[in-house]
Design a protein around this ligand. Structure first.
Ligand code: F3S
Ligand code: F3S
Length: 129
């Protein structure tokens, strides 16, 4: 059994999980971090500290992120030569490397700010000074 880092970590990389892990089995790629299933002792310490809820027990992975069990495992699979070559080239598992830029909380703040600006413009329209 292992814990798994899924897509919400991509382009966020908060790293709070790293300092919680007692066996140092969370490794950093270019766009996300990966848990080595051969080293994870299933202690659960990492899961509650992730601010974007990217970490799941393998039995609890949402269906749409179920492939992240393999993504984490294959990242450390030295026998998967083609995957390793691509990983070394881009610093990530190919599935992660192929993702478009992921929006983060900062982008939500920006869009919120934009909406507020539009509201202000509307107010000027309806209530000209
Ligand atoms: Fe990623 Fe969450 Fe760890 S964003 S680096 S899994 S704390
Ligand atoms: Fe480490 Fe989380 Fe496993 S803290 S041991 S990766 S459950």
């Amino acid at each position: 059994m292992t814990y798994v880092i899924a897509q919400p970590c991509v382009d966020i990389k908060d790293r709070a999980c790293v300092s919680e892990c007692p066996v140092d089995c969370i490794y950093e790629g270019a766009r996300t971090l990966y848990i080595n299933p051969a080293e994870c002792v299933d202690c659960h310490a990492c899961e509650p500290v992730c601010p974007v809820e990217a970490i799941f027990h393998e039995d609890d992975l949402p269906r749409h992120w179920a492939h992240y069990l393999a993504v984490n495992a294959e990242y450390f699979d030295e026998s998967a030569a083609p995957a390793r070559a691509r990983r070394d080239a881009v610093g990530d598992h190919p599935v992660v490397a192929a993702l478009p830029p992921q929006s983060g909380p900062h982008k939500k703040e920006i869009s919120f700010f934009t909406a507020r600006k539009e509201e202000a413009a509307d107010a000027d329209l309806w209530f000209p000074s």
